[in-house]
Design a protein around this ligand. Structure first.
Ligand SMILES: C[S@@+](CC[C@H](N)C(=O)[O-])C[C@H]1O[C@@H](n2cnc3c(N)ncnc32)[C@H](O)[C@@H]1O
Length: 349
């Protein structure tokens, strides 16, 4: 345990966070809970959880010691009112402390969400078993693995987010078994690298209206699965026989089943892999739906002159072209060396 984590635990921050259900990522719940705190814990929690500015001399010494790294990593600034976190909060889930941003209707730089926690609950690591965490963001999946003794390689497209992942590895005292690479999926890996025991990928899956191949880091292409397809394409090379991969995905559904069902089943058969798809949350895809409206606001961010009605029609039309009546949050488990395809629907239908 690093001195700063020891200090946070001694102060009671782990105890405070442990009482929020489901490894909560909700800052409003924290704000309500914080009203019942006082003293040093209130100051530290206000600084780390709610982003309140604080005079440095009021922070405990070990936390003061990491401030230069936080400022250098772009997640804290010093100002007239003191030092303050920028965008991120400090989360704790699965025993990992993580500087990250919770999901928002707007693109975030250092992602952490309920899907992150749900994906990590599906994984299992063994000491010494090598792990590849693609789309690592600020590092949650790879850090869960490293805490269990697995050496982890993290790959993240955004250099600033990769820097936060390195900072989080230091914070958790696992930097000696975590390497963070910057780049697109498998591209930064050395040509001769051995296949991995586990491959984890919490991919960006917001369906987007951008022309193919021009997705930003938080976008998932026309049907939301373009990054997922590229992760699957690399698994026969990068996942060891007997190894397992875990992905998140947003899968379109028609009245007859998953739009990508045939494609996924064929992929599993062709590559000798077991593929288990667990469908959880169901999302509407009509013009008024949150999903379509998020796609529209995402596009308006880069193209403010565009007409919202036209974008809404284009986004809803994108789902209609596939015959989609819903989009499903999905967790994919791939077992290299089994040939099998299964779909579990946890929302019944
Ligand atoms: C949904 S977040 C997942 C973060 C983290 N793995 C988790 O589970 O909480 C997806 C991350 O993938 C990164 N990303 C997007 N496209 C990528 C690509 N082609 N290669 C590597 N990283 C990518 C994004 O910048 C973002 O940080």
């Amino acid at each position: 345990m690093t001195p700063v984590v020891a200090e946070l635990e001694r102060l009671g921050l782990a105890e405070f966070l442990a009482d929020f259900p489901g490894d909560g990522v909700d800052r409003l719940e924290w704000a309500a809970g914080l009203r019942r705190l006082d003293g040093g814990l209130r100051t530290v929690a206000g600084f780390l959880l709610l982003g309140e500015p604080v005079r440095e001399e009021l922070l405990p010494p070990a936390l003061r010691g990491v401030l230069p790294a936080l400022v250098k990593g772009g997640v804290a600034v010093r100002g007239a009112a003191g030092v303050q976190l920028v965008d991120v909060s400090l989360f704790r889930a699965g025993g990992v402390w993580l500087f990250a941003e919770p999901p928002s209707p707007f693109p975030v730089r250092h992602y952490f969400g309920r899907d992150s926690v749900a994906l990590s609950r599906r994984t299992g690591y063994r000491p010494g078993g090598r792990v590849l965490d693609l789309c690592s963001g600020p590092g949650f999946q790879g850090l869960v693995a490293a805490r269990q003794g697995a050496p982890a390689t993290l790959v993240e497209l955004l250099p600033g987010t990769a820097a936060v992942a390195r900072l989080n590895a230091e914070l958790n005292g696992v930097a000696d078994r975590v390497e963070v690479l910057v780049g697109d999926l498998y591209a930064p890996l050395p040509a001769e690298v051995e296949p991995y025991d586990r491959v984890i990928a919490n991919i960006p899956f917001l369906p987007t209206l951008s022309p193919r191949g021009e997705e930003a880091a938080h976008e998932g292409g026309e049907d939301g699965f373009s990054v997922g397809r590229r992760v699957l394409a690399g698994l026969p090379r990068y996942l060891a026989p007997g190894g397992a991969a875990h992905l998140t995905a947003l899968l379109l559904q028609t009245d007859r089943g998953l739009v990508a069902g045939g494609e996924l089943c064929a992929w599993a058969a062709e590559h000798g892999c077991g593929l288990t798809v667990t469908l959880t949350d169901r999302m509407a895809v009509d013009a008024d739906s949150d999903l379509v409206q998020t796609t529209v606001s995402d596009r308006l961010e880069t193209d403010p002159e565009a007409a919202p009605e036209e974008l809404t029609a284009a986004a809803a039309g994108m789902y209609a072209r596939h015959g989609a009546t819903a989009a499903r949050l999905a967790y994919l488990r791939v077992d290299h060396g089994m040939a099998d395809f299964r779909v579990f629907d946890r929302a019944g239908g």
